[in-house]
Design a protein around this ligand. Structure first.
Ligand SMILES: Cc1cc2nc3c(=O)[nH]c(=O)nc-3n(C[C@H](O)[C@H](O)[C@H](O)COP(=O)(O)OP(=O)(O)OC[C@H]3O[C@@H](n4cnc5c(N)ncnc54)[C@H](O)[C@@H]3O)c2cc1C
Length: 377
């Protein structure tokens, strides 16, 4: 449920985003320039470990709180929001949810303050949707695990110091996760990928060549990587929906302002019913996606089955973000197609929302599987 605390959080993050992120958003996109100073400031705000208890330096918020932060960052700069998601949810939330006390005390304070940035490596060059098929191996020798393999499309790969890495520790479904530091021998970062959108969020390959990981860096229990992955993915899919909501919100705000201002045939274009239809659809999609996403966030606190709702809000908000961005370009006409306005960036950024954290096809498969297994619940 939306509380006063959530409202205050939104207000604080809106103010911060307008002042500290929005002025740089276009440059971040054009230059593919990740700005580490923004992350330092988010750390000062206490939000780099948004879902982590304050005893480790976290923000003590729930999944809804994290979603609201994503929404506000996504509204001004989706690239920043995506890197923030990889850090605060895929790495930090994951580490807190699955780590032991020693690991939490060792890693969380630096990750929450911004001294270190985090990332998560699950996807591999040959295993994306079929993430469970991963080939990276972890073999135990003495007090170390030796990790060998490659990870693909890793957000923050080039800027992070602390990685949660999934690797096979046995056969079939025997997968485990590990905390890997950038300086561990055998770990290196591959080339930074150049992308259509989310250009200010660095994406790269990770290379593990007999990478030596101390046994105490096994995250959670041996062979328990898949249930851990599933739980983190549910939270990732809800919180990443916040980024889609932010993009759709920005697309609607820009479209509304432009449609009121722009005149054709001596009439503001907002008075044309075909333009009104686009605005009305954008508003309806956004409200529906927000309600669905917040409901999924609320459900995450109940312990009830979550995957269908997490995937439902992920697929719906991603697809309406793309559609809303397309409408925004249409409403702005030729100007919308040019880089002097932001709406073409919204479209390029929104498209990733239909691919990252599992494609829209995969989300629909998950929903159907849960319905078939558990029925309507
Ligand atoms: C910018 C970016 C950032 C990312 N960040 C991270 C990260 O931080 N960490 C990480 O681990 N991963 C990350 N990823 C990886 C992302 O999760 C994968 O790209 C995604 O899961 C899809 O995998 P794939 O790209 O290999 O596509 P594929 O799995 O090869 O899919 C190709 C196409 O086939 C379809 N398809 C596949 N299987 C089925 C099926 N069974 N039924 C129907 N259709 C199917 C897909 O929907 C898609 O349309 C990132 C990706 C990008 C692009």
């Amino acid at each position: 449920m939306m509380t006063k605390e959530h409202e205050l959080l939104r207000e604080t993050v809106r103010h911060f985003s307008e002042k500290e992120i929005k002025p740089f958003a276009r440059e971040i996109d054009e230059t593919e320039g990740f700005r580490s100073e923004i992350f330092k400031k988010i750390g000062e705000l206490g939000l780099l470990g948004v879902t982590v208890p304050s005893q480790y330096g976290g923000g003590d918020m729930d999944v809804l709180g994290a979603t609201i932060v994503m929404e506000e960052f996504g509204r001004v700069c989706a690239s920043t929001a995506l890197s923030y998601l990889a850090h605060s949810i895929l790495c930090v939330h994951n580490l807190h949810a699955n780590g032991n006390e020693f690991q939490k005390k060792k890693y969380l304070p630096d990750l929450c303050s911004g001294k270190k940035l985090g990332a998560m490596g699950m996807t591999e060059p040959g295993y994306g949707s079929d993430a469970i098929g991963l080939e990276t191996k972890a073999i135990k020798e003495g007090k170390f695990y030796h990790l060998t393999g490659r990870k693909m499309f890793i957000t923050n790969g080039t800027v992070a110091q602390t990685f949660v890495i999934y690797a096979r520790t046995g056969k079939e479904r025997e997968v485990s996760s590990f905390i890997v530091e950038k300086d561990f021998p055998g770990f290196s970062v591959g080339k930074k990928l150049s992308k259509l959108g989310m250009r200010g969020s660095p994406t790269s390959e990770l290379i593990l060549e007999d990478c030596r990981v101390p046994e105490e860096n096994l995250l959670g229990k041996l062979h328990q990587g898949l249930p851990q992955m599933k739980k983190t993915l549910d939270v990732e899919r809800i919180t990443i929906s916040g980024i889609s909501l932010g993009i759709a919100q920005a697309a609607l705000e820009d479209s509304l302002a432009y449609a009121k201002d722009r005149k054709q045939f001596k009439t503001p274009i907002i008075e044309f019913q075909l333009v009104q239809k686009m605005l009305a659809d954008m508003y309806t999609w956004l409200q529906a996606a927000r309600t669905l996403t917040y409901e999924a966030a609320r459900l995450s606190a109940t312990g009830k089955p979550l995957s269908a709702m997490a995937s439902a809000c992920k697929v719906f908000s991603a697809e309406i973000a793309t559609q809303a961005s397309l409408h925004a370009i249409q409403i702005l006409g030729g100007y919308g197609y040019c880089k002097d306005y932001n709406v073409e960036r919204y479209l390029r950024d929104a498209k990733l929302m239909e691919i990252g954290a599992g494609t829209s096809e995969v989300q629909r498969i998950i929903i159907a599987k849960e319905l078939s297994k558990l029925g309507l619940h």
